[in-house]
Design a protein around this ligand. Sequence first.
Ligand code: BTN
Length: 243
Amino acid sequence: MNIIKLDATSSTNDFLKDLLTKQFVENFTVIVAEHQTKGKGQMGSEWTVELGKNLTFSVLVRDLLLDIQGIFHLNVAVAVSIIEGLETFNIGGLAIKWPNDILAESKKIGGILIENSIKRNGEIFSIVGIGLNVNQERFENLPKAASLLSVTGRLFDKEAVMLAILNNLKRNLSLLQAKEYELLWQSYDSRLFKKGIPMPFEAGDSSHFMGIIQGVTPNGKLEVLLEDNSVKTFDIKEVKLLY
Ligand code: BTN
């Protein structure tokens, strides 16, 4: 495992992207930074964290041949790897809020930003960015955010947490490579936040409705059972779970 440690960079995802324009970068190269000045979150948001307390790292995943609709499998493998890595530290109440927020005790402790390109032969070339709140104590004005410290009362060795996640990721990527999706999907599905529970949702047009999460389709859409007993699938821009 080739790990490059930085004190600061704009974004570990962007650092890796830039490195790729300059030189050959081996599969599973990891960039980890103590500080990001322009950390990127999902859907154009910013990812800001307290200096030095949390984990921000990116992993290059290259030469992985997935089924045509299989790009979401990578999300699944990454989310599951984070959860399985954290479980080795006896952290309870872990869940995955679709599509890929990592929660502990119903609060967000981590996020994933995967930037993909797919080659003509179907091979993917992905920058997998992971942000995990580890030793941050306070989350003022962020009632739905937390860290490993704030949920357990324990301080963590950031490097040990990262290595646990990376080891799981390595193993789970081999499952993907072998097209053994079943185990990963079961693991993802069994940790899906609020699955099977009637919950309020907000639709893309800001209207509200009640529904029950059934699962996630192979291409990453959320399956929700509606009050009229029909099952509808939503993509990320079309629905928001209210909790
Ligand atoms: C989210 O919005 O939930 C995704 C957050 C992803 C943040 C990580 S931190 C490491 C990597 N570099 C970035 O700029 N973003 C990702």
